[in-house]
Design a protein around this ligand. Structure first.
Ligand code: SF4
Length: 707
């Protein structure tokens, strides 16, 4: 019965797909291009399963023939599940047809297809557990309130929620905020739009997992073992939804439903539950563990709120470091100077500020512990941005003495006050850094004169001192480096070697971060790597680094260099901020970043360039890296260093200009180096690029060819 229903649903979708492709060919011709925007993987699901890139409607016609071969009709569960995969592929074809001719088929609030860049951004939060799972909520809940309550429950746990079908209207009906910034992503109202989240899981396997397109077995093993997704399907479930659900089950994603008619439980895969139990049942079925953060505040605290935006009209009060004196600071103290969990407000509380006003704030988190080191202060402090943003109804930007904090009227009305910022900082610092912080207290100043005085007398000198320390921190000045293998959850053979002058390629792990992580959890993702046996100083190769990488990659990597893009380069996992690739006409390299959607002079966009590397394999000529690494004296040192950089997107160039120019001046005596580096407003093809570089006398032109 269940199996017959899956076959019926699959047949229905297959028939629709064949009809839609034939219609599209009749209208546009078989040579018409077809594909999704901002992905290097054409039709990602079909490409991953078969290894074939579909580029035209003619290709699509052939592909649907291949899909037919998956639709075997033995009366066995595996045939039914393969029919589920066939249904998913048909859904991908139907969705792809919506994008023909550059059409924009989805409008707010729906997203439809999600770009490769979104998946790369999700990499780190998924591996760190900040996003512990991915929920696919499908159909209409019995009532809008029940649907929204379910979404809220996932959001409060940090789970990424995707919505398909009637639930999207139910959110709108109750005015519930959705969007990628609050991790509730409406995909589309047709059931076929569910493929856009399937496509995310499948591209994760290609991007992070180094799964070879066409190796369906490895693909299914990857999604089942490493992508913590599940489906919540509201009744009624028709045959088409059931067939799509079978596809999800084949990928390893359990389907939880309140449907009681005409379906049977498949243990661990198709699970009946009441709507109010969906959350609990889903987490159990997928074995998702939620890190409980119990903080005594009147609003929710979850990573899902990290991207929440508080508009001017919605804010109760704003602390704005660009207008008035504000800062945030961590200071180490002696044990006896600290009363644990003391939260002190020195000055007026928010109640005393006029609604919508701009005020000063300074919060100092004082910590003490036997193993505490001043080097950890900036590591904790950099986390404040994320901690404060995780508070529902509070927005934080910037750092140090350039912070801005907005508190919404909604949060204020349910009782949120400045002291709760102290509660959050206390709870997070104590829980995340418990190995080094024994005691912690928070002082919050809200009187402008206090903030001004403390900013100039305490905070700025502390920041200056730290900057001096960082400036003196070089690869040569330290005794050890650190590994980071956090991304192995997705990219099983990838190892970052983190040095003072080369941070992790995600941009989130500096040498100090790795050091702190190691001290907090000596058996955790960051291990000490000695650097005593240098093999080749030019490329930065060490016998001990090689040994560590070999061991930590489970034998996948033998040798790695720290400073070369051509010889034994470091691997990339997929969540890199930037990618750098050789530009042969100029002897230089082009760098582009995840946020830049346009074309580079290499004739490739970021997703296309990024697809050349990743998955924990070495790819000479291409290198994933963090933004801060661009200005490092060790950037491609073996190939001549930053002098090789010939092109960057303008926004990235502006962002790194000050430090890059400083390095260029120090290393080569070049003034205003970024003036010689092209961007998209100057050149988008190699000829214009070389003409510009020639005019500027760019040093790369006279350097040795890299290949
Ligand atoms: S440093 Fe490397 S392994 Fe660690 S989280 Fe960043 S990219 Fe992943």
């Amino acid at each position: 019965m269940l199996i017959n229903r899956i076959f019926n649903g699959n047949d229905a979708v297959y028939g629709l797909t064949v009809g839609a492709i034939d219609d599209a060919i009749a209208k546009n011709g078989a040579d018409k291009a077809v594909g999704f925007p901002n992905t290097a993987y054409c039709l990602p699901c079909y490409y991953a399963v078969t290894g074939v890139k579909v580029k035209t409607l003619g290709d699509l016609k052939e592909a649907v023939g291949v899909v037919k071969t998956l639709m075997t009709r033995e009366h066995a569960l595996d045939d039914a599940l393969m029919s589920g995969v066939a249904t998913a592929l048909c859904a991908e074809f139907i969705e792809a047809l919506k994008y023909v001719d550059g059409a924009v088929p989805y409008e707010e609030p729906c997203y439809g297809h999600l770009a490769d860049a979104v998946i790369r951004e999700l990499g780190v939060p998924l591996v760190t557990g900040d996003i512990p799972g991915v929920a696919v909520v499908l159909g209409s809940a019995p009532t809008a309130k029940e649907g929204v309550d379910l979404i809220k429950s996932y959001q409060a746990q940090g789970i990424l929620v995707t919505l398909v079908g009637g639930i999207i209207d139910q959110c709108e009906e109750l005015g519930y905020k959705t969007g990628a910034n609050v991790r509730v992503i409406p995909l589309g109202k047709d059931v076929t739009s569910v493929i856009h989240v399937v496509s995310v899981a499948i591209r994760a396997a290609l991007i992070f997992g180094n799964v070879t397109p066409g190796d369906a077995g490895a693909l299914l093993a990857y999604t089942a073992e490493r992508v913590p997704a599940f489906v919540n399907a509201f009744a009624p479930i028709d045959d088409v939804i059931l067939a799509a659900g079978a596809g999800a089950i084949k990928l390893g994603f359990p389907v939880i439903s309140n449907e009681t008619e005409g379906i049977a439980e498949v243990p661990g895969a198709l699970i009946p539950a009441k709507v109010e139990d969906f959350n609990k049942t889903s987490l159990e079925a997928r074995n998702i563990k939620i890190k409980i953060t119990n903080i005594d505040i009147p609003v929710a605290f979850a990573s899902a709120f990290e991207g929440e935006i508080i508009r001017r009209g919605d804010m109760q009060v704003e602390f704005d470091g660009s207008r008035v004196d504000c800062f945030e600071l961590v200071q180490s103290k002696d044990m006896e100077e600290i009363e644990d969990h003391r939260i002190e407000i020195i000055g007026p509380e928010i109640d005393e500020f006029p609604e919508g006003s701009k005020q000063s704030i300074a919060y100092i988190v004082e910590v003490a512990g036997k193993n505490m080191q001043p080097d950890f202060e900036p590591v904790f402090e950099r986390k404040f941005h994320s901690y404060i943003n995780c508070i529902e109804g509070v927005m934080h930007t910037g750092q140090r003495d350039m912070i801005r904090v907005r508190i919404s009227k909604d949060a204020y009305q349910v009782g949120f006050r400045a002291k709760h910022i102290g509660e959050v900082l206390y709870a997070k610092v104590k829980s995340e850094f418990e190995a080094v912080v024994d005691k912690c207290q928070v002082k919050i100043y809200t009187m402008p004169e206090d903030c001004t005085k403390l900013r100039h007398e305490l905070a700025v000198p502390a920041f200056d001192k730290r900057d001096d320390r960082l400036r003196n921190l070089t690869d040569e000045s330290v005794d050890v480096y650190y590994s980071c293998i956090l991304c192995q959850a997705f990219s099983p053979s990838h190892v970052c070697v983190v040095t003072p002058e080369r941070l992790g390629l995600c941009g989130a792990v500096s040498w100090l971060d790795a050091k702190a992580t190691n001290e907090l959890d000596p058996n955790g993702p960051c291990q000490v790597i000695t650097k005593e046996k240098c093999i080749d100083d030019r490329i930065g190769e060490f016998e001990d680094v090689n040994e560590a990488v070999h061991k930590l990659s489970q034998g996948a990597l033998e040798e790695v260099s720290l400073y070369s893009i051509m010889e034994k380069p470091m691997t990339s996992c997929g969540c890199f901020e930037c990618i750098c690739g050789i530009e042969p006409f100029s002897n230089g390299v082009v760098i582009t970043n995840r946020e830049y959607a346009g074309m580079t002079p290499l004739g490739m966009t970021f997703p296309e360039l990024a697809s050349m590397t990743g998955g924990g394999v070495q790819t000479p000529g291409f290198m994933g890296h963090g933004k801060h690494f661009i200005a490092s004296k060790k950037f491609m040192k073996a190939e001549g260093g930053i002098e090789r950089i010939v092109w960057m997107p303008k926004e990235l160039k502006d962002m790194v200009a000050e430090r890059l120019n400083e390095t260029a001046k120090e290393l080569y005596g070049i003034d205003n180096f970024t003036g010689m580096v092209a961007d998209e407003t100057i050149a988008q093809d190699p000829e214009t690029l070389v003409a510009f570089l020639t005019e500027q006398g760019h040093p790369a032109l006279s350097m040795n060819p890299m290949m």
